[in-house]
Design a binder for this molecule. Structure first.
Ligand SMILES: [Fe+2]
Ligand SMILES: [Fe+2]
Length: 150
């Protein structure tokens, strides 16, 4: 199935919405952790795992669906794709680091670390939406031109 640029844009933006919702869940659980609410550590752990799975799927999605169109979009295509690759490498590294974090060792450190992680990811998604995922970049006429060129 061939997707248009705007369909791809919608798809990726919808995934961002889901990811932001999970980040909010993690934040809520972190708030409970700060207040030492019983069971909060396992809630943080569970929502982190949900996020990790969803985010890794999202990165793969961007690399298989978004990358091919992004590379051809304009003269900056290769630069945009290189920036995406670099960002994804850093995000995967952060996720791996996070999966080694002992959440219950020092609760305040855990909260600080995860809050920083969430802040970074939100900034990454905002940036991505303003650049690679903007309406001006992912225009449907790209596909039309591509079809004409055969
Ligand atoms: Fe990305
Ligand atoms: Fe993304």
């Amino acid at each position: 199935m061939e997707l248009s640029a705007s369909q791809i844009r919608r798809l990726i933006l919808d995934e961002h919405t889901v990811l932001r919702d999970i980040l909010e869940e993690i934040e809520q659980a972190l708030g409970e952790m700060t207040r030492r609410v019983p069971g909060s550590i396992s809630r943080v752990r569970a929502s982190l795992r949900t996020f990790q799975d969803a985010f890794l799927r999202h990165l793969e999605h961007e690399e298989t669906v978004l990358r091919p169109i992004l590379v051809d979009v304009d003269a900056w295509g290769t630069v945009r794709v290189a920036a995406m690759d670099e960002e994804h490498a850093a995000q995967r590294a952060a996720l791996t680091q996070l999966s080694h974090l002992a959440l219950d060792e020092n609760l305040d450190d855990t909260v600080r670390h995860l809050e920083e992680f969430i802040r970074r990811l939100r900034a990454d998604m905002d940036g991505e939406e303003h650049h690679a995922l903007s309406e001006e970049v992912l225009r449907d006429d790209i596909i039309v031109i591509d079809t004409f060129m055969g």
